[in-house]
Design a protein around this ligand. Structure first.
Ligand SMILES: NC(=O)c1ccc[n+]([C@@H]2O[C@H](COP(=O)([O-])OP(=O)(O)OC[C@H]3O[C@@H](n4cnc5c(N)ncnc54)[C@H](OP(=O)(O)O)[C@@H]3O)[C@@H](O)[C@H]2O)c1
Length: 236
């Protein structure tokens, strides 16, 4: 697809990967709406990227409905949903996890992403065109010690991606899963301060570049899943 002139909705666009993705897509000529839960963070991200801010929490169904009402009023159409908003949880052994740990993370990473995609898919079916990018993780491909909650939420997103690919290709909708390995963002930081960039670690920019490059392929083709590794993250 052509980025220039396209209309793109990014959840969790006020920091990290979502913000870097908004920036590169606005620079490419797209109209971009970013969502997030905090007005101040959204306002500064909007200023930095040129994207349109919209306060909405993907864990709240009324916020999801308001988001699509805004998209329809603003643009009347949508080319891309980037399902990026996601949260982690404290790493815990299976013997210590609680139902609440699962509910909190699943409400955002699984149910929130699914409901965002549901409304996008309704528009895309009407348009007979669209793209959904799901930002999962390398944790969507391999479990690890104390990862029950987060890894299983991303496995779910990966599974749903395959379902949506099977359902939506016939409507000219491409559904693409992107799995970043560790990226130096504020992810998992309760104070929401970004971690220091290190020369051998992935930055949000690498993932933003991956989103843009995967969208830029001609609409007749798509990459179902991409994983992004840092080349040599072990060097101190
Ligand atoms: N960083 C990594 O190492 C890494 C690796 C693999 C995959 N990922 C995935 O990449 C995605 C982005 O992560 P990131 O590292 O950029 O995280 P981040 O720096 O914590 O940013 C997350 C963004 O999502 C927003 N957000 C969080 N919960 C939300 C909700 N319920 N509704 C709407 N917006 C919400 C945050 O803003 P507010 O807090 O203001 O709402 C922020 O804009 C996530 O899905 C994450 O699982 C990250």
């Amino acid at each position: 697809m052509k980025i220039n002139g396209s209309k793109i909705l990014i959840t969790g666009g006020s920091l990290g990967i979502g913000k870097a993705t908004a920036k590169i897509l606005v620079e490419g000529g797209a109209g971009v709406i970013i969502t997030g839960r905090d007005n101040d963070r959204l306002a500064s991200a909007a200023e930095e990227t040129g994207a349109i801010p919209f306060k909405a929490d993907v864990a709240k169904s009324e916020d999801i409905e308001r988001t699509y009402q805004f998209v329809r009023e603003k643009w009347g159409r949508l080319d891309v949903l980037v399902n990026n908003a996601g949260i982690g949880s404290q790493s815990k052994h299976l013997t210590d996890v609680t139902e609440v740990d699962f509910m909190n993370v699943y409400q955002v990473n699984v149910i929130g992403a699914a409901m965002m995609a549901k409304y996008a898919a309704q528009m895309f079916k009407e348009q007979r065109y669209g793209n959904i990018i799901n930002i999962a993780s390398t944790a969507a491909r391999k479990g690890y010690e104390k990862g029950s909650v987060y890894a299983s939420s991303k496995f779910a997103l990966r599974g749903m991606t395959e379902c949506w690919q099977a359902e939506l290709r016939r409507y000219n909708v491409r559904v693409i899963l992107i799995n970043p390995s560790e990226v130096t963002t504020a992810f998992g930081n309760p104070d929401r301060i970004e971690r220091n960039v290190r020369s051998n670690r992935l930055r949000s920019e690498e993932i933003a570049h991956t989103v843009k490059a995967s969208l830029e392929m001609d609409d007749r083709g798509f990459i179902p899943e991409l994983t992004v590794f840092a080349t040599n993250p072990w060097e101190e």
